[in-house]
Design a protein around this ligand. Sequence first.
Ligand code: LLP
Length: 417
Amino acid sequence: MHHFQYKGNELYAEDVAIRDIVAAVGSPAYIYSQATLERHFKAFDEAFASAPHTICYSVKANSNLAVLKTFIKLGGGVDIVSGGELYRALKAGVAPQKVVYSGVGKRDDEIEYALNTGILMFNVESEQELTRISEIATRMGKKAGIAIRVNPDVDPQTHPYITTGLKNAKFGITIERAIEEYKRAMSLPGIEIIGIDCHIGSQLTKVAPFVDSIKKLKNVIANLKEMGISLKHFDLGGGLGIQYNDEEPPLPADYGQSIIAETKDLGLHLIFEPGRNIVGNAGILVAKCLFTKERDEKNFIMIDAGMNDLARPALYGSFHGVKPVVKDQDGMIVADIVGPICESGDFLVKDREVPMFRQGDLMAFMSAGAYGFAMSSSYNSRPRVAEVMVKGDKFEVVRERENVEELIKGEKIPSFL
Ligand code: LLP
């Protein structure tokens, strides 16, 4: 459930008519419901009430400072994958001891930044990274808390592009190598072993793959114990899916129950890195119909948002529901809803029955809070759109619409031209 509902014919975000927001900030715009963000965070948190845990929200899903602040105020930490994400999270006021740092390509300067910040731990994704972190920490006279990201070779049954825990994925250290690497980590001067980590993929709609990977990691944990390595943290990554269309993902409470049952005897502090589950259905992208084109073979609805604003349909063939902001269309039509980008892959909706939008009609693309704005670009020199947060009957712009001056900022015509 979320807070984007109709009152009469008008679509609202909480108590504000979307039409009023667009009148004030223009189109297209991302709109987030603060109440939904809070509710989803709390639902996830409450699912683990009986287990010691920290929710380290995965910044990549939606990195707007207002979104980060919402979760930080509720006691959340963050999962970051770059120095840029660390910078954002610190700006939003995160406690460094609630930061975990994942990612296969951490640069030296990023590792240094994280060590200076005093983050909780690095989720180490390769043998060479482990060595590098130790070298840098030693040089800085520090010890880096680490977990090894173990790739459990479990199929999460999701889109191949967002599957990360299979053997052929670039992520983590294989389960066969994990013990060896923990052994090596023990002997490295700049390293303090504090945890174990896995993340097997995104938009999972079943609990079983999570449980399978926990079972596999429990073997590793038991082996480590025999070797005298005791851990404090068990980072279970993110990945719990949401409903975009007709998926039936488990509720956080059900996911929580299965995970707690599987981990309660370990005595470890659990860490979660949810992204989509919390923000996905808390945001929409609003856009405007520019033109329509009816042809014998196909109908097109051209809008002012494109694949640069919401990349998921073009990239993964993802489904996003579409709703009129004011329900006054004359019926339905099978059409593609396409953007202004000069690529045939630039569609937000393909061959679907949608309301007969006319020129000027506003429409909302649902479930766009995760990997929406965060993956947007200025391709075709299209400034990135505004982001708005609604709370009750109030709304504020939480990121200004970019302008063309900002697009060329830093560009220069060289002296030899
Ligand atoms: N932790 C790690 C290490 C991750 O790589 C990810 C997502 C998460 C946590 C959060 O996963 P979530 O709870 O959001 O499923 N752009 C794609 C999704 C990419 C996911 C990348 N990693 C999409 O739009 O579907």
